[in-house]
Design a protein around this ligand. Structure first.
Ligand SMILES: [Fe+2]
Ligand SMILES: [Fe+2]
Length: 260
């Protein structure tokens, strides 16, 4: 089974890029399943119901999120209605929504899990404990298991990759918005990449207007984050997973630049 995954969609430029380019990516890669990270899809912070619907209308199978999941307050009430929109599983129990979803494609059952790191991020439940708990719940029923590990520290992400090796088909990182060049298949057959990058403005800092960020770094004052203008990048990965063994057979990363 081929799976196409796109990094954090940032604001309208990112959403437009997905709307305009996904059909071309589908033609090229012929994926059976498409996953995107939507935590920044609405004005760079959070995800409105309208924007979630628009993404699902493009036949995206799963939307994962991260630390920005709650930024648009309306998600607290609508997330329960969209089982294929997931949030990090290690948020405490009173949080609405689910940390994983199970998809059926023909004879194949795919589990998609979302977890947040805890190094330089919120102090959530330990993700290594949470992944064990989830795998105990879903491993038997899934042919393929995918994890979006939304985390800051490369060490935490690599540790999760090795921790899951042989138990999960693919561990990929999101959150830093910068794609890493370390894709590989670990000894136990788990595909791994530290970060798949972002989908949104290229000529900015993680999608935000670079002058605002530079100024903020100079003066240490809070600032309103406007998105950068200009060309847009689409960052993602395409992977092939064996449905029988659940092991990763190939993993490739890509970056597309779309001039305005
Ligand atoms: Fe993000
Ligand atoms: Fe994030």
């Amino acid at each position: 089974m081929k799976i196409l995954i796109l990094g954090d969609i940032v604001g309208r430029p990112g959403r437009n890029a997905v709307a305009n380019q996904l059909s071309h990516l589908r033609e090229e890669y012929k994926p059976d399943l498409v996953i995107v990270n939507g935590e920044n899809a609405s004005a760079g912070r959070g995800l409105t119901e309208k924007n979630a619907k628009e993404l699902f209308e493009l036949d995206i199978d799963v939307i994962t999120t991260g630390n920005h999941v709650w930024d648009k307050k309306e998600i607290l009430t609508y997330i329960e209605s969209y089982p294929q929109l997931i949030r990090p599983a290690n948020y405490p129990d009173p949080c609405p929504g689910k940390g994983y979803t199970i998809i059926h494609k023909g004879e194949t059952t795919i589990g998609v899990i979302n977890l947040s790191g805890v190094v330089y991020l919120s102090n959530l439940t330990n993700p290594f404990h949470t992944i064990d708990k989830i795998l105990h719940e879903i491993s038997k029923q899934c042919n393929i298991i995918i994890l979006d590990f939304h985390a800051e520290a490369t060490s935490e992400k690599l540790a999760m990759g090795y921790y899951c090796d042989g138990r999960i088909s693919l561990v990929y990182g999101t959150h830093t918005h910068v794609q890493t060049a370390d894709k590989r298949i670990l000894n136990g057959g788990t595909g791994y990449i530290t970060d798949i990058g972002m989908t949104g403005p290229l000529d900015g800092i993680l999608g935000v207007d670079k002058d605002i960020i530079i100024q903020q770094m100079q003066n240490n004052r809070p600032a309103r984050y406007d998105l950068a203008q200009g060309p847009v990048q689409i960052n993602g990965i395409i992977t092939e997973i064996n449905e029988e063994t659940g092991k990763c057979q190939s993993l490739d990363n890509f970056i597309r630049i779309i001039e305005e």
